[in-house]
Design a protein around this ligand. Sequence first.
Ligand SMILES: [Zn+2]
Length: 456
Amino acid sequence: MTDFAALDRYVQDRLPTWTDELIELCRFPSEATNPEALLGAAGWTAERLRRLGARVEIVTLPDSADVPPLVVGEIGEGPRTVNLVQHYDVQPAHPLELWESPPYEPVIREGRLYARGATDNKGELMARIWGVEAYLATAGALPCRVRFLVEGEEESGSKNIGPLLDTRRELRRADAALIEGGGIDPTDRPFLDCGVRGILMVELLVRTLRSDVHSSVASVIENSAARLVAALATLRDTRGAVALDGFLDDVREPGEADRAHVRALPTDDLDELRSAYGAAHFLMGRQGADALEAIAFEPTANIQAIWAGYTGPGTKNVVPAEARARLDFRLVPDQSPERVEAALRAHLDRRGFDDVQIQHIDSTRAWWTSMEHPVVRAARAASEAVLRQQAMISPSMPGSAPMWEVCSRDDVPNVSLGAGRTDCMAHAPNENYRLSDAAIAARITARFLDEFAALD
Ligand SMILES: [Zn+2]
């Protein structure tokens, strides 16, 4: 029987030292465009896992020197293995002017560490490492095998985690996987997500001319921006619902139990979501349980960027030759990105937009685990033991992570586990992590290992 009171004391004692570690890791500006910092963060992570006592392996792709390596750290023995799926890269920090302190000069204000990556995913990665360290320090040995899979391309679509794992197929074999982070709500209730969304990202391109032309001839010359905007307008109805033909054809209908579960979730996170980002209201006037269901079960179609013509200072009176937009589609089971992309092509062609080119950027599929799965029960018990409140369980987090690539081949169940909050501002300026929450995430992780190893 593990002495969790002793484990909790260990976490509390170590937290100041651990905070210094997290600060070190957050100093690497490991954005996709900074290969040197990516390698620095990978090396730092490998070294930290070695100090934990893990057998560390740096997995690279032959002939692809520019692909950030997968850092693998394996520790512990036992009949069961859990894969911890994490990443050392971060979202771009811009717009820099909205940060109250520079994103790669971590500072602590009012108990929170502010830095890009403080939560997503460097803080969450460290909390997993700390949980394992605390378990080892208290119990002497782990009750199961723990395998860290720490990649460097998560924020740019995890393009190579599949190929990297294909070089070492046994690394996928596990009895459970923890998704990178996990949540608690404003009243400290644990929040478990039993899966991740899929995604399809594409760029649309319209070229109507060889070059921009003087706008005095706009009465006779086709405008690329106008074509693109007209095409995009067909993807959404006047209420704001997705109007892409066939988009919902493959969607696996959620069961009644799942629906009831989601509808019963508290709605205070919705209010926080609205106020944190300054949104006036939700699309289509959705609120309460309807908004919860939409977030949980509906696939999305989003214009993430759109540009054409001259956008610098001053003006330039031209008809732009070329217009572009980037779209992302968040997918649910059993949508396939290939089928959605084909549906988009057919939808545009049917409406006479065969001049709109679709360029594939990247994609992954959703991976959801039953909310009744024993691994989810173990995650729930671990979370409730620390936070002493009933866990809320949702079928999927709204975002994406490469769980399909890691888990689907061997049918590995997955769940989230941790202590991130909406106001951690992941992906946004002033990202932060409450250090007390990092300690909570470490304690939950340690307890999960016990619960997981004891499942019958
Ligand atoms: Zn992340």
